[in-house]
Design a protein around this ligand. Structure first.
Ligand SMILES: Cc1cc2nc3c(=O)[nH]c(=O)nc-3n(C[C@H](O)[C@H](O)[C@H](O)COP(=O)(O)O)c2cc1C
Length: 363
């Protein structure tokens, strides 16, 4: 072992996990005609002419002797609705094909139905690379089904989305800033939710008011009622109050006025005359805290509390509300609690990244 090796296996795995891949199941048949398969993300293209691909298998995988001796294999590139299949083939089980819909490819090697694409290969070569065997295959038949591929990165399954910013990244304007903010924040809330284990929502100001575009659930979900596209009230939701506090009054006024009119119909709302003072207080403390929101008891099935912090674009306009919600008896809404501290840090980082996203050297 080299003296230069200053990282451990866990760190190496995490670094390698930064390289996002698709997910494949490599299948073959043994001499008795029994099908075998395993989930693999070490698949890679090698050459177009001749058409060559590779993948590598742990020498300790129980199915290794079968693949080592097999003449053929099929690369089934999984579709984004095949997470269960990926998990099934990642377990050391004998009956991985039980209940699996397959078709027979060249040499009787199974093709897993519903995959995004297939490469039927003849094994050309294999050579040892440390604790893995690298298999080189010549591609003999291919098929693409048009299904969206499953993605794997950072140790979790992902779905692919087109990078809609593309050339627009050089442009400026509120919509671009908002797209960029949602994109950055989507990633950030996954990490924050892992850290603080609370349900987090991302709210934008849509044409119907405060609208949740993304939920990241904690391990103890608040409710199964957390829909993307949920439109929230301005005055009685933490997300809504954040927008009311930081967006220009002319944007929020029609919504606030409509909600105040409803007040006459019996709903509890803050006193309109106290609203400016309330919003000014929110701005000075930098976040919204609502403890025990009765309005949502029906929606969520219990009393909930919420915290919301703003994210700003480079011009200082609020683009996003980062909101945590949880059962009132569980969510820590205190000033120095890890939820609020983590959320404020996350929102500040997002604001800074939006400000500096065009600068070179930004991660
Ligand atoms: C997303 C994902 C990617 C994987 N990639 C590989 C890989 O490239 N090579 C490998 O040997 N095992 C890989 N594995 C692990 C194997 O799928 C797992 O060890 C499987 O049980 C091996 O099959 P076997 O027990 O039938 O031999 C991966 C697992 C997952 C979930």
């Amino acid at each position: 072992m080299s003296d230069d090796k200053v990282f451990d296996a866990r760190e190496l795995r995490q670094v390698l996990g930064s390289f996002v891949t698709g997910v494949t199941v490599i299948t073959t048949v043994d001499a008795q005609g029994k099908p075998h398969g395993l989930t693999v993300n070490s698949f890679s293209s090698v050459s177009l002419d001749p058409p060559l691909v590779l993948w590598s298998q742990s020498l300790t995988a129980p199915s290794h002797p079968v693949f080592r001796d097999a003449e053929r294999f099929v690369v089934n590139i999984l579709a984004d609705d095949q997470v269960a299949i990926s998990n099934q083939f990642a377990r050391g089980k004998d009956d991985k094909f039980a209940g699996m819909a397959t078709d027979q490819g060249i040499g009787g090697v199974p093709l897993i139905r519903g995959s995004a694409a297939y490469l039927e290969c003849r094994r050309m070569d294999c050579f040892r690379g440390g604790d893995h065997m690298v298999f080189l295959g010549q591609v003999e038949r291919i098929e693409r089904t048009g299904r969206q591929p499953l993605v794997f990165g950072g140790g979790r399954y992902l779905v692919a989305q087109p990078h809609d910013l593309g050339a627009l990244l050089t442009e400026s304007g509120p919509n671009i800033a908002r797209l960029q903010a949602v994109r950055l924040a989507t990633r950030a809330v996954v990490e924050l939710s892992d850290e603080i284990d609370e349900t987090l929502g991302l709210g934008v100001w849509g044409n119907q008011g405060p609208t949740i575009v993304r939920w990241e659930e904690s391990t103890q979900p608040v409710s199964d009622n957390l829909r993307t596209g949920l439109v929230l009230p301005v005055l009685t939701s933490a997300t809504g109050l954040a927008f009311a506090a930081w967006l220009p009054r002319e944007l929020t006024a029609p919504f606030i006025d409509a909600e105040l009119t409803q007040d006459a119909q019996g709903n509890f709302l803050p006193h309109p005359e106290r609203l400016p003072e309330r919003l000014s207080h929110i701005r000075s403390q930098g976040f919204v805290r609502l403890v025990g929101i009765d309005d949502f008891t029906e929606l969520y099935g219990r009393s909930i509390s919420a915290l919301s912090v703003p994210v700003f674009d480079p011009d200082g306009a609020m683009v996003l509300a980062l909101t945590a919600i949880g059962a009132t008896d569980r969510l820590d809404t205190s000033d120095s609690g890890k939820v609020l501290v983590g959320m404020r840090r996350c929102a500040d980082t997002l604001t800074q990244r939006l400000r500096g996203s065009a600068a070179p050297g930004n991660p």
